[in-house]
Design a protein around this ligand. Structure first.
Ligand SMILES: [Zn+2]
Length: 220
């Protein structure tokens, strides 16, 4: 098994997308994005990206395809295929077992629609028993301010997401809520959490608006 979380260094994109932007849908020049993806591919091998829509669709990948599947989780049981999840504040969740690996996009909507638990269920159908989770960089519970409405909706489902900003505004701690879900599923957690808003080596949509995407990668 191999996994990696990229940051914004080491690529060719410029301006708001400097420099290792891996997102093709954010306004960056496509030629730069493709070059950046090639740079990562040169060290990792073949990569499968997905069109992420904050939904709950899970795609099982048997071989890489140019036409990216619309999904928010990718799973493969085939060695050598790197699954990619792109983020700029949402949580990149990588799941590993000897039988299958998965890359999961866990934002607020993904937490509410249980994409991580649904992905674990599919992995278990594929024979996974002992599963490890790598939780990558995302917006933290002090930085993710939300409206009272959204706060109430999410906290009703995931009490551990309850948080406040330094100014005592309503906020959500998505990594804390995800850790609780994974714990309750008996998954071992390896925490690579670091705040995207507070670390300028990382792309953050909440901080910058127009920005690129870093990614998490995992292969069997
Ligand atoms: Zn933060």
């Amino acid at each position: 098994m191999n996994f990696r979380f990229t940051n914004r260094t080491g690529g060719v994109s410029t301006g708001a997308f400097a420099s290792l932007n891996l997102g093709s849908h954010v306004g960056d020049q496509l030629s730069d994005v493709l070059r950046n993806r090639q740079i990562v591919s040169e060290s990792l091998g073949s990569i499968q990206f997905m069109k992420q829509v904050h939904g709950e669709r899970i795609a099982i990948i048997e071989s890489t395809v140019d036409d990216e599947p619309t999904a928010d989780a990718l799973i493969t049981g085939i060695p050598g295929i790197n699954l990619a999840v792109q983020v700029a504040d949402c949580i990149p969740l990588l799941l590993s077992s000897p039988e299958a690996v998965a890359a999961v996009h866990v934002g607020r909507k993904g937490l509410v629609n249980d994409i991580s638990k649904k992905t674990l269920d599919v992995m278990r159908h594929m024979g996974s028993t002992s599963i490890q989770a790598f939780i990558g960089p995302s917006i933290c519970g002090r930085c993710y301010e939300v409206s009272e409405d959204i706060y109430s909706q999410v906290v009703a489902l995931h009490p551990r997401s309850a948080s406040r900003t330094s100014l005592q505004k309503y906020a959500l701690d998505l990594p804390a809520a995800l850790r609780e879900v994974l714990d309750s599923e008996g998954v071992e957690i390896i925490d690579h959490t670091i705040c995207t808003v507070e670390n300028h080596d990382l792309f953050s949509f909440r901080r910058d608006g127009v920005t690129g995407r870093q990614a998490g990668f995992i292969s069997l």
